[in-house]
Design a protein around this ligand. Structure first.
Ligand code: GDP
Length: 444
């Protein structure tokens, strides 16, 4: 299971509290963990190497302030460096040019180019009141042209009428003319992709770019691209000089590594992220959120969104009230276990949660899998309602009865009770401070 970088660094530095400055040896060990965490987040090896060196330079000799541990200090340095590399702030699509401002979308087939074209068009027309025209240059796949036309109808954005037999360059020319004559503010060109980078694709893309003279060239890349992200971004950037990156399927990848790789390889900003298939599933890219994810420090915003999908508002509100009162009975534990199961275990929701390291420990270490959830849910199911509401009732004979009912050893009951106690303590802390926002998030 994924152990957050913050947790690991915490462990390394547990014994070092109170020293003045970070020594080379301290930093060396921490950096090995940083390296591992980045690779686990799917950052490309090349970028990891360069990044770790930068952190080393900044970290050695850094003063450790009294109020933090050396581990926290290194986490802070790593975090700041991540944000610096990812770009300090969100960069918007630049529309500062004579209309129609042309945006050219490039990328591999299946990366989400057509979907993203429509998402951007919707955003520009609905939020910024722009008159947008979309045109598909994908002559190889007539289905792609149709797809864009259908999306256009769905979001009420104009698409260039499809004329069979035209080359991509001819379509681009016609689109530019239509854009001018039709009084459009923005023209978005959805170019053809390939399943992999090849010379023909690059040559065609470069030719269209020269003709269309776009103000923005946005590379669309799937967040799950992983180690290839660097090559991909660099190839496109070298050939067509991209102005920005849109990362799609960020909803399917909580790790964020591809963003760091692409940004480091090209120096071009990640402007937007796709977080789902729906037309409104497009968001601005916030570097610090991705940095938080990579570090495992939690991303409250993503957490809220994810929790909102799974946890009903009413459940959430009730839970928040209980957290606040410091109440957390076995019924609540059962609900939590069921939620976690639904969310795909700790790797899902919990990985996004700040301070989750401690909570995970409270959940009896690393081997929490679905079977364990099922067994624990069964144990709680074998208790009476009264017992669930008041765990103190569970004396030895009751535990024996429950074990028999659930078909487990008494030791498992004991373990579960211990876990429950630890979680209840955590919940109390959560509601008091530190993770207070978590309780707030659940509607409190
Ligand atoms: P293209 O070949 O690059 O034009 O790719 P498409 O736009 O046709 O997208 C391929 C598939 O990915 C479609 O099923 C889209 O709905 C899906 N897709 C695109 N962007 C996202 C995203 O941000 N998240 C998710 N989950 N799916 C996406």
């Amino acid at each position: 299971m994924f152990e957050s970088l913050s947790d690991r660094l915490g462990k390394i530095f547990d014994g070092l509290r109170g020293r003045g400055a970070l020594s080379e040896a301290d930093v060396g060990e921490a950096l090995r963990e940083v390296r591992r965490a980045l690779l686990e987040a799917d950052v490309s090896l090349e970028v990891v190497r360069a990044f770790v060196e930068q952190v080393r330079e900044r970290a050695i000799g850094a003063e450790v302030t009294r109020s933090v541990t050396p581990g926290q200090q290194v986490v802070k340095i790593v975090h700041d460096e991540l944000v610096r590399v990812l770009g300090e702030a969100a960069v918007a699509i630049d529309l500062n040019a004579a209309p129609p401002v042309t945006i050219m979308m490039v990328g591999l087939q299946g990366s989400g180019k057509t979907t993203t074209t429509a998402k951007i068009a919707k955003r520009l027309s609905e939020k910024q009141g722009k008159k947008v025209l979309m045109a598909s240059l994908d002559t190889r796949r007539p289905a792609a042209m149709d797809q864009l036309r259908i999306l256009g109808e769905q979001i009420s954005v104009a698409t260039l009428p499809i004329v069979a037999g035209e080359t991509p360059v001819e379509i681009a020319r016609r689109a530019a003319r239509e854009g001018r004559l039709g009084g459009f503010d923005v023209l978005i060109l959805d170019t053809a992709g390939r399943t992999h980078i090849d010379e023909e694709l690059m040559a065609e893309t470069a030719e269209i770019k020269q003709l269309a003279d776009p103000h923005e060239v946005l590379l669309v890349v799937d967040a799950l691209t992983g180690q290839d992200a660097v090559n991909l971004a660099r190839s496109f950037d070298t050939r067509v000089d991209i102005t920005g990156i849109v990362m799609t399927r960020v909803d399917g990848d909580g790790r964020g590594g591809a963003a760091l790789s692409m940004r480091a390889a090209t120096g071009k900003p990640i402007k937007l992220i796709g977080v789902g298939e729906r037309m409104d599933a497009l968001e601005d890219f916030h570097p610090s959120r991705i940095a938080d994810r990579i570090l495992g420090m939690g991303d409250i915003v993503s957490l809220v969104e994810k929790a909102a999908q799974t946890v009903s508002a009413q459940d959430a509100q009730q839970m928040a009230k209980k957290f606040k009162k410091g109440q957390f009975d076995l019924e609540d534990l059962r609900n939590q276990l069921q939620q976690m199961k639904k969310m795909g275990g700790m790797g899902g929701l919990m990985a996004l949660m700040p301070g989750v390291g401690q909570l995970k420990k409270a959940m009896a270490g690393a081997n929490v899998d679905e079977k364990v959830f099922d067994r624990q849910i069964a144990i709680i199911g074998s208790m009476t309602k009264k017992e669930r509401a008041n765990p103190d009732l569970l004396n030895a004979s009751r535990r024996k009865r429950i074990a028999a009912g659930a078909g487990v050893e008494v030791s498992e009951i004991n373990k579960l009770m211990k876990q429950h106690r630890q979680m209840a303590d955590m919940m109390k802390k959560v509601s008091k401070g530190g993770m207070g926002s978590l309780a707030g998030m659940f509607g409190g």
